[in-house]
Design a protein. Structure first.
Length: 210
């Protein structure tokens, strides 16, 4: 007796568009939901994990986003953009709710960042890149935990564009749509966020070169 691989019945689903899978989901086809989940769960979870710094919070965000698709509560409209970008926007909004809860807790005051020249911000990021390599590669080697901690220390409005740009290859326009800000704000936040992260990564250099 021959047996097929467990994933065989999802092979044809992998070739179908998100819109086709969503129509099948709304028609009650569970295998379409499984295919859509497998397609988008990984990147969405990685974003949520880096955004929140907690595996439990990230898992909850991913579950809530996909359940919203399953029951129709999120009202995704394919004419307004890609599903992946929509899911990232949902995950970001859920993360913002967590931020609000955390802000209610007492915290030490944070000194405002100095107003740096844009050229200086870019130079700081370039210096860090020369010392460590691309951020995505850092997250795959022994410095991953330190990089995650450095990301977690960035203000949320800087963290979002850095993660989306550096790790998910999003364009400025895509980031603007996800974060619901204009292009100028994306450029400013990305530049300052990358520079702030670069300074933290640069501080890791002595320990790893020792």
């Amino acid at each position: 007796m021959t047996t097929s691989r467990p994933d065989a019945k999802y092979a044809d689903k992998a070739q179908q568009s998100d819109s086709d899978l969503l129509r099948q989901i709304h028609a009650g086809k569970a295998d379409a939901f499984t295919a859509l989940y497998r397609r988008h769960q990984g990147p969405l979870y990685r974003f949520a994990l880096l955004r929140c710094g907690s595996s439990d919070a990230a898992a909850d965000i991913v579950q809530e986003a996909f359940m919203g698709l399953l029951n129709g509560r999120l009202n995704y409209d394919p004419l307004r953009g890609q599903l992946q970008h929509f899911l990232f926007g949902v995950a970001r909004n859920l993360a913002l709710k967590l931020d609000e809860a955390r802000r209610r807790q007492p915290a030490a005051p944070v000194a405002p960042e100095p107003h740096d020249d844009e050229a200086e911000l870019e130079q700081a990021m370039e210096a860090a890149c020369e010392a460590f390599g691309p951020l995505a590669r850092l997250l795959d080697n022994e410095t991953a935990e330190e990089v995650r901690r450095a990301l977690a220390l960035l203000p949320p409005h800087y963290r979002d564009p850095v993660i989306l740009y550096e790790l998910h290859d999003m364009s400025y326009q895509e980031i603007a749509d996800i974060c619901q800000v204009d292009l100028g704000t994306v450029r400013s936040r990305l530049s300052r966020g990358r520079a702030a992260l670069a300074k933290r990564l640069h501080a890791l250099r002595p320990a790893h070169l020792a």
